[in-house]
Design a protein around this ligand. Structure first.
Ligand SMILES: [Zn+2]
Length: 439
């Protein structure tokens, strides 16, 4: 591997508070060879000198849908993890709602083997909490944890009753794993969508109360379990943020995440049909009142992680046809957050929510990831980005098979230049003079 010299970069140290140093960094043979000032470039070294350039520990996404095995026309492991690397992620957590769901050990082993064959960056595979995500019977959580499940989630669905959630928290907790839930109360959703059909993921009307109610009952289950760790996925409402803030003050073992799209986009709230065609996601995009609460939650630490909920789908052949909810988002997480006027001033918080905080949320891991710190002599596990650099998601720059991004062809601020994962180059922007073949 050639050497890469990054001159006068701002080094972010999210695990040690928020110190920002300006240093030179020499990367060679997958290691941080030298850190300091005035490092001399040797022959053959690629030198990057870009004002304001930041180096941070490689990002970790707590919430990615790989679609493979099961729906390879929507996304592949190789393309999702290449898109993740291009978004600055050095590892991703894959959700269990594959077709079929990852709810038994044989299925988990199949996924782990496939992930290892195709991943550009390490995939931490989640398993389902309940069989077929149906909320009726728990999956064998302890066996799944022992076989390599990084955590548990029925994400997409939230059919688990409070008693089963309490049991799941206990069993997963004993195995050192968290239980993550998609907090939308399916009874509230059913009442809002009386003619919605059988599939709760396709229901159009998703009131705030569905989220607030689901968060409240999940916190009650955590209280009554007395053990285990609960993680609340993709918060979208002020009410949910306030409940989580209170629960953390109370000392409950709860963590939460927000997606960039919920932070920065506003839904066309008065016309659900239009929203369904253009900006459909579960939970839906909300208004300014909720978005400001999400930013406050990120700023004060109520919200731990910025997670993508990367949900690639094919485009419907008929533009008026309803498309599946969710966005292909892993490549644009950092940039979408930094493109909002509230994102830039919170740069250190945003980076913390992409690095040290999500790692702490996961807790003990089945796959070892490096500490969230850039240190001399260590394998390079880091992301280099220019917070002011502008790019556009478009065919030439987009690595996911799903182009269902609300940011498609929009200028975004925050340009990832390079991602190293566990000592290997995972992504390098062409301008740096290297080409990396797609897996
Ligand atoms: Zn979800």
């Amino acid at each position: 591997m050639k050497a890469l010299l990054l001159r006068s970069v701002r080094l972010m140290r999210p695990a040690e508070g928020s110190a920002l140093d300006e240093v030179d960094l020499l990367l060679q043979d997958g290691r941080v060879e030298e850190m300091g000032s005035g490092i001399a470039a040797r022959a053959g070294t690629v030198v990057v000198e870009r004002e304001g350039c930041v180096v941070a520990p490689a990002f970790l996404d707590l919430h990615t849908h790989l679609r493979e095995p099961g729906q390879p026309w929507k996304e592949r492991i190789a393309t999702a993890t290449a898109a993740a690397a291009a978004g600055g992620f050095g590892a991703v957590c894959a959700m269990a709602n594959l077709r079929p769901a990852v709810d038994n050990v044989a299925r988990l082993r199949e996924c782990l083997a496939k992930n290892r064959s195709w991943e550009r960056v390490p995939v931490l595979q989640f398993a389902a909490v309940s069989e077929q995500l149906a909320g009726q019977r728990l999956a064998p959580l302890k066996e799944l944890a022992a076989s390599g499940a990084a955590g548990f989630s029925d994400d997409g669905r939230n059919a688990l009753g409070p008693e089963l959630l309490r049991q799941a928290l206990e069993e997963a907790g004993e195995a050192g794993r968290l239980v993550a839930i998609h907090p939308e109360d399916e009874e509230v959703l059913a009442a809002a969508n009386p003619w919605g059909g059988d599939d709760p993921t396709s229901w159009l009307l998703r009131p705030r109360e569905a989220e607030v109610s689901a968060v409240r009952s999940a916190l009650d289950a955590l209280r009554s379990s007395g053990q285990g760790r609960l993680h609340l996925q993709h918060l979208s409402t002020r009410g949910a943020v306030e409940l989580v803030r209170g629960a953390k003050r109370e000392g409950l073992a709860v963590t939460s995440e927000v997606t960039a799209h919920h932070l920065v986009l506003e839904g066309p709230l008065t016309d659900p049909e239009a929203r369904d065609r253009e900006l459909a996601c579960n939970p839906p995009l909300r208004g300014e009142e909720d978005r400001s609460a999400l930013w406050e939650g990120l700023a004060d630490g109520t919200i731990d992680a910025l997670a993508s909920d990367h949900a690639p789908h094919e485009s419907p052949s008929d533009p008026l046809q309803r498309r599946s909810p969710g966005f292909s988002g892993v490549q644009a997480q950092l940039s979408a957050a930094l493109s909002d006027p509230r994102g830039g001033p919170l740069l250190e918080r945003v980076v913390g929510a992409l690095t040290a905080r999500p790692l702490a949320v996961l807790g003990p891991l089945s796959v070892s990831l490096p500490e969230p710190a850039v240190r001399e002599g260590q394998p390079a596990h880091l992301t280099v980005f220019d917070p002011e650099g502008v790019w556009r998601p478009e065919p030439g720059s987009w690595l996911s098979l799903g182009t269902n991004s609300p940011f498609w062809e929009q200028p975004l601020k925050g340009l990832v230049l390079a991602t190293f994962s566990r000592g290997r180059v995972a992504f390098l922007r062409r301008e740096l003079g290297w080409e990396v073949e797609l897996a």
